[in-house]
Design a protein around this ligand. Sequence first.
Ligand code: ADP
Length: 458
Amino acid sequence: MQNRIFSTVARRLTLSYTLLFGVLSLGAFLLVYVHIVHNLNQQTDDRLRATIRELIKTRAEGGRAGLQEEFTIESSATGKERIFFRLLDPDGKAVIASDLTSWKTEEHFPVSFPISGEQITRLHISGHEYPTRMITSLLKDGFFLQAGVADDKDEVLESYRETFFTVFLLILVLGGVGAHLIARRAMGGVREVTEAAARIASGDLDQPISRGNRGEEIETLAAMFNRMQQRISDLIDELKGVVNNVAHDLRRPITRMRGVAETTLTRDGDLSDYRDMAVTVIEESDRLVGLVNTILELAEIDAGLKVMGMEQVDLSWIVNMAVELYQPAAEDREISLTAQIRHQPLLISGNRNSLQRLLANLLDNALKFTPTGGRITITLTSEGKHAILSVVDNGPGIPAQDRELIFDRFYRGDASRSISGNGLGLALVQSIAKQHNGSVTVNSDGTTGSCFIVRILC
Ligand code: ADP
């Protein structure tokens, strides 16, 4: 039950603030209270001391008779029931005293006597409304002079306590209400973020949270939340695009396979027709497997799974291997494929397979787009802490409007529609470069070839 009532931060803040107000005002009250008690006692004691000093003078000048007369005058002036005086011999027996009728008999004063100086005593005399504060002063001749007064400060303190209690209740109520309003306002931004989260959960990604003027923390939270919302929205759009593209790219080869199979079956073909059909099915299946593998590879890199396979890799070796592998295909099309490597070896920390895949994709494109008799050059250098790998061809180049888009998934330039491909090669190159804390850029004037430059942190 307790936990449910204080389950919200606003309620907990309200309770904490209210308790804080309560404890602080109680502390302030106690401090003032102690101060008042001390001051009132001090005042009473000072008054009694001053009177005792007067009486000592009177005794020295006028003897006992003079002192008795002064007792009477002083006690009548102040009120016989409020103040009394006594002169006691060294044995503590009263020699003379003011009118003590209203103070009952002297036996009612249980008193110990000071060995030197003075002693302050607080007495409770039965039948008296107020306690009595009394100073007993040791005189030079061993006698004691006593002055006592009804200590009515309790009345003042009582009214102070009552006032405080009322103020305390008021502070608690007003403090509680104030704390509740402050806590509600402070948590208002969080509420709005929560509502936005609920909206997102129900599929609405279009309404950003207003940042308002709710303090830096809430404003930052709202800004971060809006960024997250935008990112989710972008990802969903991207996902929709990917799903569309994948569906489209899958449908084409499947439709082709079905068409070829149907045609072969519906006509009386010979063995070579069936062979052609099998070749087409194998080609299209390879395309499908290639597409699915690339999609999976991109997903793995995006999920950070491939980072696990990092090792010391020699980029020079990767370039040499790639040249060796692609040389026959280049020769078939009379394309000159050369490598210029400045550092032997050039070591970086990376994933060997991914880096081979990166270069293979760049070379695939270069071979695809470079006309027969063309030229492809791979250069490997280093610049500061970066290894620079560039693949230059003298193909048709990339038009300015395409240069920003070619790294997007499934993007294919208009001129390449007739050439095989799925638009994922450069997206994969970019993901692998990023995975290696690097980047890929393209230079091309749009007519005389392309230059892809990959920068990777050594
Ligand atoms: P794909 O090659 O399968 O179309 P990519 O992602 O590898 O997909 O390339 C995207 C687009 O970039 C290509 O369709 C083409 O328009 C352009 N492109 C890539 N490499 C070259 C190149 N070397 N020369 C000219 N255009 C290129």
